[in-house]
Design a binder for this molecule. Sequence first.
Ligand code: ZN
Length: 201
Amino acid sequence: MFLENASRKGWIEVVCGSMFSGKTEELIRRLKRAQFAHQRVEIFKPRIDVRYSEEQVVSHDANAIRSTPVESPQNILLMTSDVDVVGIDEAQFFDDSIVEVCRQLADSGIRVIVAGLDMDYTGKPFGPMPALMATAEYVTKVHAICVRCGNLAHHSHRLTRDDKQVMLGAQDSYEPICRHCFRELRLAEEQSPERREPKKD
Ligand code: ZN
């Protein structure tokens, strides 16, 4: 369980993991506790993520909290002049400037809580997440349960034919799987190339 240590203000927390790992729920849990303590909280997400509601960070269990969609990380700086805590969801979809924006926020005394997918469906580090994890004071990696064997899962396996790194509005197209099941799927794919998904041009 993550516990805040607020002797000096301003730091960065990262909550990361695969799909269905509960990272947005953990972000919401931390933000709601801060709100309950009358801290001023603002929540942002990239405008690209419009799966559910324009105005809300929505986790899959519908435990929602109001958020502001922004085009670019710079917009966050313009909207956080008078806040104690900034939450950022789906951070993997922002460009690399989110790293500098988070640094500036934390340097100015704001508690920054960033949630995002740490890996894409191929198992590669996702966008700015590695740099955010490296520059944060606290990193919490949350896990899903492998749907194939019950181990801890940290891969988001894509079930559909699509090679794009970003595929939105498709929760049903992923399943959480563990390292070993991920490897088995990869090996099976390599051994029978005809099973590979056709590339799109
Ligand atoms: Zn497994």
